[in-house]
Design a protein around this ligand. Sequence first.
Ligand SMILES: [Zn+2]
Length: 327
Amino acid sequence: MAAFASAASADELEEARVHALGRKGTLATISKEFGKLTPEERARLGKLLNAVKQELEGEYESKKRRFEQAALADRLSREWLDVTLPAAGIRPGSLHPITRLQEEIEDLFTSLGFAVLDGPEVESEEHNFDALNIPPTHPARDMQDTFWLTNGLLLRTHTSPVQVRGMRKLGPPLRMIAPGRAFRNEEVDASHEHTFYQLEGMMVDRDVSVANLIYFMKTLLSGIFRREVTVRLRPGYFPFVEPGFELDIQCLICGGPGCAVCKFSGWVELLPCGLVHPNVLKLSGIDPEQWGGFAFGLGLTRLAMMRFEIDDIRQMQGGDLRFLKQF
Ligand SMILES: [Zn+2]
């Protein structure tokens, strides 16, 4: 007991324990002498020995605990990181603003009977250009700076090749949208990115007119901006539609009189659209005498920027959590 009491360290305490309670310690040595005793003596001394042993063990354990607590306190004062503390829990993520908008538009069009189609990001020249009425010598190819791959394929410059795939696979009548990534060799700045999201839409049926186009576009834009929007069509040239239009919406910031956002015109250019060119239908095996259609291409990235008032396109794919956690 005196040795336990005077032990100044865990090592000294352990030494004292081995001496008193170990396999060759004092108590064990005494126990070996038991054979020489009478049964009565053995019972009496056995009891006594057990009591002594328990008392020694109790004293040893309490002294040992004190050393352990002192060691822990010492460690806690030295180490600022306690890896034994429970973790802070999983930080919940959130949907990217483009994903959120895309899902909303998908819901809207699905409710109007449109299918949501997907297509490859690595495309053939035929799907990306030729089948959309853009033959090799066509000047429209110069409007799109294309990433060509060494095997002759390319990174699609728009989501329009999915129209071609949809027409060929499903045939008319057809109602489809195709959201996805597109790629162009752009100089990157606050309003240009080499990778951006589009959402393509197409309807092929009998007697499709510009009136159908306007109806669907107004429904779409009212859904996105959650209010009635005024649209106007201006003639625009795109090889895969005839007639082709630029669709503008009346400025949502100033409502018409003009402001910095609409460059004081009262209108914001939003999306190209038009009636599907007969050649495009023909190239996908659809008879343009029997069927007609409209198509539109929505800049999903740009629309998300307008909807969430984001002024730099580079934020969209920068992966900065400070930006992303706002959504
Ligand atoms: Zn305005």
